[in-house]
Design a protein around this ligand. Structure first.
Ligand code: SF4
Length: 376
């Protein structure tokens, strides 16, 4: 059956210039939204480019040779990213995840990591700095990333079989090189390493058990992610979603496991432990078991737009405040506070309450921002 690809309505430009409150209040580090969710994690997309074309994120039909990627001048500079990060940290952010596209494609990313690693929380603690990568450049860069101050990495790997892997990411890149990247990252101390596998029923779900067998006893935490209706281009269909409950069933049939409690508030993965001590796996169930209730994640796009939800269709243009109007940090901080305090996003929760063929009123699928633009 032909995949329905929706032409990309370029939502990169749909953003409001934030309101700057007249009354400036010093950040308290305890900023909460309308559902009492604190601002704790900031995901920063440092490039909209990638050298893979994963069908669930950057389908090659859309992100082809004619696709207009962002010009360098429109990307936030490392100084601008660092300035914004300090503002978010004062509001309570303690964890930074660098994403993309493929973040290791951003030149001199180690310089940015070095700048972020100098920032401390109001309590004097270092930030928890991690990065999500397809590992195509990890073997080469792991040591310099570690030296710059990166603590951990999450690697996207959708199968061990090269043909299946290719079907998921649409490029000719050997799985062996991804595994090599994981090995080197482990060796230089970028651990604990997490591996994320997006499961698409009928495409790579037969890789669930081979992946589990491969990473047992390795110390790597393997997570299975339900295929999501992110963005507007991946032609998502509910019948291609394999619910996490079925993933767990398949694993349990071979490896007895028990459920674990979350490591921290807002953790996206449901954790499971092999009873024979072979390690931990997780499932991330945005479609069948939404976790919006304690979602404490903000996303900064490559060119400085703040998005409050992965499924948002409108951003807040912080770059406009950085580059225009001579706003102080206090004013930008007040604007960020004003935005988060009015946040009420809970797309997955609301979507889960609807029949599969119905889209959420007010969340026009064709207008959703692309995951490759704001990071997963
Ligand atoms: S759907 Fe939006 S609000 Fe819900 S968990 Fe995902 S990013 Fe958070």
């Amino acid at each position: 059956m032909d995949k329905k690809i929706i032409p990309l309505a370029d939502m990169r430009y749909a953003a409001r210039v934030p309101h700057v409150p007249a009354h400036l209040q010093a950040p308290t580090g305890l900023l909460a939204d309308t559902l009492a969710r604190p601002l704790h994690d900031l995901r920063i997309s440092v490039t909209d480019r990638c050298n893979f074309r994963c069908s669930y994120c950057m389908p090659s039909e859309v992100f082809n040779k004619d696709y207009a990627f962002l010009p360098q001048t429109s990307l936030l500079s490392f100084e601008e990213i660092t300035r914004l990060t300090k503002i978010f940290v004062a509001h309570g952010v303690e964890k930074i995840r660098l994403t993309g596209g493929e973040p290791l494609l951003r030149k001199h990313i180690e310089v940015l990591i070095g700048m972020l690693a100098k920032i401390q929380t109001p309590g004097g603690q270092p930030l928890d700095i991690t990065l999500t990568t397809n590992a195509s450049l990890l073997a080469k860069k792991a040591q310099s990333l570690k030296d710059a101050g990166l603590q951990r990495v999450t690697v996207s790997l959708d199968g061990l079989d090269d043909a299946v892997f290719r079907r998921m990411n649409d490029v000719d890149f050997p799985v062996a090189d991804v595994l090599r990247g994981i090995e080197v990252a482990e060796k230089v101390g970028l651990a604990p390493i997490k591996v994320n596998m997006v499961v698409k029923r009928g495409t790579n779900d037969a890789e669930i058990l081979p992946m589990a067998r491969h990473f047992r006893h390795s110390g790597v935490v393997l997570r299975f992610i339900e295929y999501m209706d992110v963005g507007a281009t991946n032609g998502w269909r509910m019948d291609e979603v394999l619910p996490s409950a079925q993933v767990i069933e398949r694993l349990q049939a071979e490896f007895p496991m028990e459920a674990l409690s979350a490591n921290y508030l807002g953790e996206t993965a449901e954790r499971w432990r092999y009873l024979d001590g072979a390690g931990e796996v997780g499932v991330i169930s945005s479609v069948t078991h939404a976790f919006c209730g304690d979602c404490n994640r903000a996303r900064l796009s490559t060119e400085g737009k703040l998005f409050l939800c992965l499924f948002a269709s409108q951003g807040h243009d912080l770059r406009a405040l950085l580059r225009g109007g001579n706003y102080s940090d206090e004013q930008i901080s007040a604007a960020v506070g004003h935005i988060w305090q009015r946040r009420d996003d809970r797309y997955s929760e609301l979507r889960a309450a609807l029949p599969a063929d119905q889209s959420l009123p007010g969340n026009d699928a064709a207008r959703r921002v692309e995951m490759s633009y704001i990071g997963g």
